[in-house]
Design a protein around this ligand. Structure first.
Ligand code: PLP
Length: 381
Protein backbone atom coordinates (compact mmCIF):
# COMPACT_ATOMS: atom_id res chain seq x y z
CA UNK A 1 0.00 0.00 0.00
CA UNK A 2 1.15 3.54 -0.76
CA UNK A 3 -0.29 6.15 1.56
CA UNK A 4 -0.61 9.31 -0.52
CA UNK A 5 -3.01 10.83 1.99
CA UNK A 6 -0.64 11.78 4.77
CA UNK A 7 -2.19 15.28 4.89
CA UNK A 8 -5.40 13.52 5.93
CA UNK A 9 -3.60 11.44 8.54
CA UNK A 10 0.01 10.29 8.67
CA UNK A 11 0.96 6.72 9.59
CA UNK A 12 1.85 6.29 13.25
CA UNK A 13 5.62 6.38 13.75
CA UNK A 14 7.32 3.04 14.62
CA UNK A 15 8.63 4.64 17.83
CA UNK A 16 5.03 5.37 18.84
CA UNK A 17 3.97 1.78 18.16
CA UNK A 18 6.76 0.68 20.52
CA UNK A 19 5.44 3.06 23.16
CA UNK A 20 1.91 1.75 22.73
CA UNK A 21 3.12 -1.85 23.05
CA UNK A 22 4.95 -0.99 26.25
CA UNK A 23 1.85 0.58 27.81
CA UNK A 24 -0.33 -2.37 26.84
CA UNK A 25 2.20 -4.98 27.95
CA UNK A 26 2.70 -3.39 31.37
CA UNK A 27 -0.92 -2.23 31.66
CA UNK A 28 0.59 1.17 32.44
CA UNK A 29 -2.65 3.06 32.91
CA UNK A 30 -3.67 5.21 35.86
CA UNK A 31 -4.73 8.76 36.55
CA UNK A 32 -1.65 10.98 36.14
CA UNK A 33 -3.09 13.43 38.68
CA UNK A 34 -3.34 10.79 41.42
CA UNK A 35 -0.74 10.93 44.13
CA UNK A 36 0.20 7.26 44.11
CA UNK A 37 3.33 5.75 42.63
CA UNK A 38 1.98 5.01 39.15
CA UNK A 39 0.06 8.29 38.96
CA UNK A 40 3.22 10.22 39.83
CA UNK A 41 5.25 8.23 37.30
CA UNK A 42 2.76 8.98 34.52
CA UNK A 43 2.60 12.64 35.56
CA UNK A 44 6.39 12.94 35.47
CA UNK A 45 6.55 11.27 32.07
CA UNK A 46 3.89 13.63 30.80
CA UNK A 47 5.80 16.66 32.08
CA UNK A 48 8.98 15.31 30.52
CA UNK A 49 7.13 15.06 27.20
CA UNK A 50 5.92 18.63 27.67
CA UNK A 51 9.53 19.75 28.16
CA UNK A 52 10.70 17.88 25.07
CA UNK A 53 7.90 19.36 22.99
CA UNK A 54 8.67 22.87 24.25
CA UNK A 55 12.30 22.45 23.20
CA UNK A 56 11.22 21.25 19.75
CA UNK A 57 8.62 24.00 19.32
CA UNK A 58 10.49 26.94 20.84
CA UNK A 59 7.99 27.71 23.59
CA UNK A 60 7.72 27.55 27.39
CA UNK A 61 5.75 25.00 29.41
CA UNK A 62 3.03 27.55 30.22
CA UNK A 63 2.39 28.21 26.51
CA UNK A 64 1.22 24.69 25.74
CA UNK A 65 -2.15 23.11 26.58
CA UNK A 66 -2.65 19.51 25.57
CA UNK A 67 -6.00 18.68 24.03
CA UNK A 68 -7.64 16.35 21.49
CA UNK A 69 -6.35 18.15 18.39
CA UNK A 70 -6.83 21.12 16.12
CA UNK A 71 -10.62 21.25 15.91
CA UNK A 72 -10.76 21.59 19.68
CA UNK A 73 -7.85 24.03 19.72
CA UNK A 74 -9.50 26.26 17.14
CA UNK A 75 -12.85 26.18 18.94
CA UNK A 76 -11.06 27.18 22.18
CA UNK A 77 -9.42 30.19 20.52
CA UNK A 78 -12.69 31.54 19.15
CA UNK A 79 -14.43 30.86 22.47
CA UNK A 80 -11.74 32.78 24.34
CA UNK A 81 -11.82 35.78 22.01
CA UNK A 82 -15.48 36.12 21.13
CA UNK A 83 -17.71 34.36 23.63
CA UNK A 84 -17.43 37.18 26.13
CA UNK A 85 -16.22 40.03 23.90
CA UNK A 86 -18.25 43.04 22.86
CA UNK A 87 -19.85 42.17 19.55
CA UNK A 88 -19.66 45.69 18.14
CA UNK A 89 -15.98 45.99 18.94
CA UNK A 90 -14.99 42.61 17.47
CA UNK A 91 -13.91 41.80 13.95
CA UNK A 92 -12.32 38.82 12.21
CA UNK A 93 -10.09 39.16 9.14
CA UNK A 94 -9.70 35.75 7.55
CA UNK A 95 -8.59 33.76 4.56
CA UNK A 96 -11.40 31.95 2.75
CA UNK A 97 -9.01 29.00 2.33
CA UNK A 98 -9.09 28.16 6.04
CA UNK A 99 -10.04 24.66 7.15
CA UNK A 100 -13.73 24.16 7.93
CA UNK A 101 -12.84 23.96 11.64
CA UNK A 102 -12.02 27.68 11.41
CA UNK A 103 -14.67 28.70 8.87
CA UNK A 104 -17.46 27.17 10.94
CA UNK A 105 -16.34 29.18 13.98
CA UNK A 106 -16.28 32.35 11.91
CA UNK A 107 -19.79 31.63 10.66
CA UNK A 108 -20.97 30.87 14.20
CA UNK A 109 -19.83 34.25 15.48
CA UNK A 110 -20.97 36.03 12.32
CA UNK A 111 -24.45 34.71 13.07
CA UNK A 112 -24.11 36.26 16.52
CA UNK A 113 -23.40 39.64 14.88
CA UNK A 114 -19.59 39.77 14.73
CA UNK A 115 -18.20 41.27 11.53
CA UNK A 116 -15.97 38.97 9.44
CA UNK A 117 -14.00 40.23 6.47
CA UNK A 118 -12.32 38.02 3.88
CA UNK A 119 -8.75 38.76 2.73
CA UNK A 120 -8.11 37.78 -0.89
CA UNK A 121 -5.38 35.51 -2.23
CA UNK A 122 -3.31 35.78 -5.36
CA UNK A 123 -3.77 32.98 -7.87
CA UNK A 124 -0.44 31.48 -6.72
CA UNK A 125 -2.09 30.86 -3.33
CA UNK A 126 -0.36 33.52 -1.26
CA UNK A 127 -2.43 35.90 0.84
CA UNK A 128 -2.64 39.50 -0.36
CA UNK A 129 -0.91 41.01 2.67
CA UNK A 130 -1.21 44.57 1.28
CA UNK A 131 -4.99 44.16 1.22
CA UNK A 132 -4.89 43.05 4.86
CA UNK A 133 -2.73 46.05 5.75
CA UNK A 134 -5.17 48.47 4.08
CA UNK A 135 -8.11 46.89 5.89
CA UNK A 136 -6.34 47.08 9.25
CA UNK A 137 -5.49 50.75 8.66
CA UNK A 138 -9.19 51.50 8.27
CA UNK A 139 -10.31 49.36 11.21
CA UNK A 140 -11.33 51.06 14.45
CA UNK A 141 -12.38 48.01 16.46
CA UNK A 142 -10.49 46.86 19.54
CA UNK A 143 -11.00 43.07 19.51
CA UNK A 144 -9.38 42.09 16.20
CA UNK A 145 -8.53 38.56 15.11
CA UNK A 146 -6.58 37.63 12.00
CA UNK A 147 -7.05 34.00 10.96
CA UNK A 148 -4.63 32.88 8.26
CA UNK A 149 -3.29 29.34 8.23
CA UNK A 150 0.46 28.67 8.07
CA UNK A 151 0.29 25.73 5.63
CA UNK A 152 -2.70 24.78 3.54
CA UNK A 153 -4.16 21.31 4.00
CA UNK A 154 -4.75 20.67 0.28
CA UNK A 155 -2.11 22.60 -1.63
CA UNK A 156 0.56 22.63 1.09
CA UNK A 157 1.13 26.34 0.30
CA UNK A 158 2.98 28.11 3.10
CA UNK A 159 2.00 31.65 3.99
CA UNK A 160 4.46 34.21 5.34
CA UNK A 161 3.03 33.82 8.85
CA UNK A 162 5.84 35.81 10.48
CA UNK A 163 5.05 38.83 8.32
CA UNK A 164 1.30 38.47 8.87
CA UNK A 165 1.85 38.22 12.63
CA UNK A 166 4.10 41.28 12.68
CA UNK A 167 1.44 43.22 10.79
CA UNK A 168 -1.26 42.02 13.18
CA UNK A 169 0.70 43.22 16.19
CA UNK A 170 1.34 46.64 14.64
CA UNK A 171 -2.43 47.10 14.68
CA UNK A 172 -3.01 45.52 18.10
CA UNK A 173 -4.68 42.52 16.52
CA UNK A 174 -4.35 38.90 17.66
CA UNK A 175 -3.02 36.40 15.15
CA UNK A 176 -4.31 32.82 14.99
CA UNK A 177 -2.45 30.69 12.50
CA UNK A 178 -3.61 27.13 11.87
CA UNK A 179 -0.30 25.25 12.01
CA UNK A 180 -1.87 21.77 11.79
CA UNK A 181 -0.19 21.01 8.46
CA UNK A 182 3.09 22.75 9.28
CA UNK A 183 4.08 21.30 12.66
CA UNK A 184 5.90 18.03 12.13
CA UNK A 185 6.55 18.76 8.45
CA UNK A 186 8.81 21.82 8.63
CA UNK A 187 10.80 23.42 11.45
CA UNK A 188 8.61 25.70 13.56
CA UNK A 189 9.55 28.03 16.42
CA UNK A 190 6.56 29.47 18.28
CA UNK A 191 8.60 32.18 20.00
CA UNK A 192 9.79 33.77 16.75
CA UNK A 193 6.62 33.04 14.77
CA UNK A 194 4.68 36.22 15.71
CA UNK A 195 1.68 33.93 16.20
CA UNK A 196 -0.57 34.37 19.25
CA UNK A 197 -2.46 31.09 18.88
CA UNK A 198 -1.28 27.96 17.05
CA UNK A 199 -2.77 24.46 16.93
CA UNK A 200 -1.60 20.92 16.21
CA UNK A 201 -3.06 17.44 15.77
CA UNK A 202 -0.85 14.46 16.54
CA UNK A 203 -2.33 12.29 13.80
CA UNK A 204 -0.87 14.64 11.17
CA UNK A 205 2.71 13.78 12.15
CA UNK A 206 2.68 10.20 13.36
CA UNK A 207 1.49 10.56 16.98
CA UNK A 208 -1.67 8.88 18.24
CA UNK A 209 -5.00 10.17 16.90
CA UNK A 210 -6.98 12.17 19.45
CA UNK A 211 -3.88 13.91 20.81
CA UNK A 212 -2.85 17.47 20.09
CA UNK A 213 -2.09 20.84 21.59
CA UNK A 214 -2.87 24.51 21.57
CA UNK A 215 -0.05 27.04 21.80
CA UNK A 216 -0.99 30.30 23.52
CA UNK A 217 1.36 33.25 23.50
CA UNK A 218 -0.22 34.86 26.57
CA UNK A 219 -1.93 32.13 28.60
CA UNK A 220 -2.50 34.23 31.72
CA UNK A 221 -5.95 35.57 30.77
CA UNK A 222 -7.06 32.69 28.58
CA UNK A 223 -10.71 31.71 29.10
CA UNK A 224 -10.87 27.92 28.70
CA UNK A 225 -13.51 26.20 26.63
CA UNK A 226 -13.46 23.13 28.88
CA UNK A 227 -13.64 23.76 32.60
CA UNK A 228 -13.54 21.23 35.40
CA UNK A 229 -10.67 19.78 37.39
CA UNK A 230 -8.13 22.50 36.58
CA UNK A 231 -5.74 20.28 34.60
CA UNK A 232 -3.34 21.87 32.12
CA UNK A 233 -2.95 24.93 34.35
CA UNK A 234 -6.70 25.45 34.04
CA UNK A 235 -6.32 26.00 30.28
CA UNK A 236 -8.10 22.73 29.42
CA UNK A 237 -9.78 20.60 32.04
CA UNK A 238 -10.11 16.83 31.90
CA UNK A 239 -7.77 13.95 32.71
CA UNK A 240 -4.93 14.26 30.26
CA UNK A 241 -4.43 11.78 27.45
CA UNK A 242 -0.96 10.99 28.83
CA UNK A 243 -0.32 8.20 26.33
CA UNK A 244 -1.22 10.55 23.49
CA UNK A 245 0.99 13.25 25.03
CA UNK A 246 4.00 10.92 25.20
CA UNK A 247 3.31 9.96 21.58
CA UNK A 248 3.32 13.65 20.58
CA UNK A 249 6.83 14.16 21.96
CA UNK A 250 8.17 10.93 20.46
CA UNK A 251 6.59 11.55 17.05
CA UNK A 252 7.63 15.19 16.83
CA UNK A 253 11.19 14.28 17.75
CA UNK A 254 11.26 11.64 15.00
CA UNK A 255 9.58 14.05 12.57
CA UNK A 256 12.24 16.68 13.28
CA UNK A 257 14.90 14.15 12.28
CA UNK A 258 12.89 13.28 9.17
CA UNK A 259 12.87 16.94 8.13
CA UNK A 260 16.53 16.50 7.13
CA UNK A 261 15.15 14.65 4.10
CA UNK A 262 12.96 17.59 3.02
CA UNK A 263 15.30 18.80 0.28
CA UNK A 264 15.56 15.32 -1.17
CA UNK A 265 11.77 14.99 -1.13
CA UNK A 266 11.36 18.35 -2.85
CA UNK A 267 13.77 17.37 -5.56
CA UNK A 268 11.95 14.11 -6.47
CA UNK A 269 8.59 15.87 -6.15
CA UNK A 270 9.64 18.58 -8.60
CA UNK A 271 10.84 15.95 -11.06
CA UNK A 272 7.47 14.16 -10.74
CA UNK A 273 5.55 17.40 -11.29
CA UNK A 274 7.68 18.20 -14.31
CA UNK A 275 6.87 14.75 -15.65
CA UNK A 276 3.15 15.31 -15.07
CA UNK A 277 3.24 18.56 -17.00
CA UNK A 278 5.04 16.90 -19.88
CA UNK A 279 2.62 13.98 -20.04
CA UNK A 280 -0.47 16.11 -19.46
CA UNK A 281 0.35 19.49 -20.95
CA UNK A 282 -2.96 21.02 -19.87
CA UNK A 283 -2.52 19.95 -16.25
CA UNK A 284 -2.56 22.41 -13.36
CA UNK A 285 -0.52 22.10 -10.19
CA UNK A 286 -1.81 24.52 -7.61
CA UNK A 287 0.80 26.56 -5.78
CA UNK A 288 3.75 25.21 -7.78
CA UNK A 289 5.42 28.62 -7.98
CA UNK A 290 5.54 29.21 -4.21
CA UNK A 291 6.92 27.45 -1.13
CA UNK A 292 4.93 24.36 -0.17
CA UNK A 293 5.09 21.56 2.40
CA UNK A 294 7.41 18.95 0.81
CA UNK A 295 5.75 15.93 -0.81
CA UNK A 296 2.30 17.42 -1.51
CA UNK A 297 0.96 17.85 -5.03
CA UNK A 298 -2.55 19.24 -5.48
CA UNK A 299 -3.38 19.03 -9.16
CA UNK A 300 -5.87 18.53 -11.96
CA UNK A 301 -4.50 16.40 -14.79
CA UNK A 302 -5.95 17.95 -17.92
CA UNK A 303 -8.67 15.63 -19.16
CA UNK A 304 -8.27 12.87 -16.59
CA UNK A 305 -11.31 12.35 -14.41
CA UNK A 306 -10.75 12.40 -10.67
CA UNK A 307 -13.09 9.46 -10.06
CA UNK A 308 -11.22 7.29 -12.59
CA UNK A 309 -7.85 8.12 -11.04
CA UNK A 310 -9.16 7.45 -7.54
CA UNK A 311 -10.71 4.12 -8.55
CA UNK A 312 -7.63 2.85 -10.32
CA UNK A 313 -5.30 4.01 -7.54
CA UNK A 314 -7.56 2.42 -4.96
CA UNK A 315 -7.48 -0.92 -6.79
CA UNK A 316 -3.69 -0.74 -6.74
CA UNK A 317 -3.59 0.08 -3.01
CA UNK A 318 -2.67 3.74 -3.44
CA UNK A 319 -4.54 6.03 -1.08
CA UNK A 320 -5.31 9.45 -2.52
CA UNK A 321 -8.12 11.95 -2.08
CA UNK A 322 -9.76 14.69 -4.12
CA UNK A 323 -8.69 17.21 -1.50
CA UNK A 324 -9.24 17.52 2.24
CA UNK A 325 -10.62 14.41 3.94
CA UNK A 326 -13.69 16.43 5.01
CA UNK A 327 -14.60 17.14 1.37
CA UNK A 328 -13.45 13.88 -0.24
CA UNK A 329 -16.73 11.97 0.08
CA UNK A 330 -18.68 14.84 -1.49
CA UNK A 331 -16.79 14.62 -4.82
CA UNK A 332 -17.56 18.30 -5.33
CA UNK A 333 -15.54 20.94 -7.18
CA UNK A 334 -12.57 22.03 -5.08
CA UNK A 335 -13.45 25.13 -3.05
CA UNK A 336 -9.73 25.96 -2.91
CA UNK A 337 -9.26 25.85 -6.69
CA UNK A 338 -12.41 27.89 -7.32
CA UNK A 339 -11.39 30.46 -4.74
CA UNK A 340 -7.97 30.87 -6.34
CA UNK A 341 -9.66 31.63 -9.65
CA UNK A 342 -9.38 28.31 -11.48
CA UNK A 343 -12.14 27.18 -13.87
CA UNK A 344 -14.89 24.86 -12.69
CA UNK A 345 -13.65 22.04 -14.95
CA UNK A 346 -10.25 22.17 -13.22
CA UNK A 347 -11.80 22.46 -9.74
CA UNK A 348 -13.99 19.43 -10.45
CA UNK A 349 -11.04 17.14 -11.19
CA UNK A 350 -8.50 17.98 -8.47
CA UNK A 351 -6.58 15.25 -6.68
CA UNK A 352 -4.25 15.56 -3.71
CA UNK A 353 -1.17 13.37 -3.73
CA UNK A 354 0.31 13.84 -0.29
CA UNK A 355 3.22 11.50 0.29
CA UNK A 356 5.44 13.46 2.64
CA UNK A 357 8.22 11.13 3.71
CA UNK A 358 6.89 8.44 1.40
CA UNK A 359 7.89 10.56 -1.60
CA UNK A 360 10.63 8.81 -3.52
CA UNK A 361 11.61 8.31 -7.13
CA UNK A 362 10.18 4.78 -7.14
CA UNK A 363 6.85 5.79 -5.53
CA UNK A 364 6.37 8.60 -8.00
CA UNK A 365 7.34 6.24 -10.84
CA UNK A 366 4.55 3.88 -9.78
CA UNK A 367 2.07 6.74 -9.82
CA UNK A 368 3.10 7.96 -13.26
CA UNK A 369 2.98 4.52 -14.79
CA UNK A 370 -0.57 4.07 -13.48
CA UNK A 371 -1.52 7.44 -14.92
CA UNK A 372 0.00 6.30 -18.22
CA UNK A 373 -2.28 3.27 -18.07
CA UNK A 374 -5.26 5.57 -17.69
CA UNK A 375 -4.38 7.55 -20.77
CA UNK A 376 -3.88 4.45 -22.89
CA UNK A 377 -7.18 2.82 -21.87
CA UNK A 378 -10.66 4.04 -22.54
CA UNK A 379 -10.72 5.99 -19.31
CA UNK A 380 -9.83 9.38 -20.71
CA UNK A 381 -12.56 11.90 -19.91
N1 PLP B 1 -6.83 22.44 10.35
C1 PLP B 1 -6.23 21.85 9.31
C2 PLP B 1 -5.39 22.68 8.41
C3 PLP B 1 -6.38 20.49 9.08
O1 PLP B 1 -5.76 19.92 8.04
C4 PLP B 1 -7.18 19.74 9.97
C5 PLP B 1 -7.40 18.30 9.74
O2 PLP B 1 -7.75 17.86 8.69
C6 PLP B 1 -7.79 20.40 11.05
C7 PLP B 1 -7.58 21.75 11.21
C8 PLP B 1 -8.63 19.66 12.03
O3 PLP B 1 -7.84 18.76 12.72
P1 PLP B 1 -8.49 17.53 13.52
O4 PLP B 1 -9.42 16.86 12.57
O5 PLP B 1 -7.33 16.69 13.89
O6 PLP B 1 -9.20 18.11 14.68
Amino acid sequence: MINADISGSAPVKPEVIELLNEYLKLNKFANPNSNHRLGCQLYNEMEQSRGELCALLGCDAENIAFNSGSTEGIRSIFFHLFEHGEINNSIIFYSALEHSATLENIKYYQDKGIEAVEIPHFKNGLLNIEDLRAKLENCHKSNILIAVMAAHNETGIIQDYQQIGALAHRFNAKYFSDTTQLIGKLPFCFESSNIDFAVASGHKFGALPGSGFLLIENPWHFRPLIIGGGQENSLRAGTQNYLGISSLAIALKAASEDMKKNEEIESVQHAFEHDLKTKFPSSTILGDSVKRVPGITFCALGGLKRSKIQNLFDQEGILITSGSACSDKKNAASRTALHLGYDKHIAQETIRISLGLGASESTYRQLTSLLDELTTHDLVA
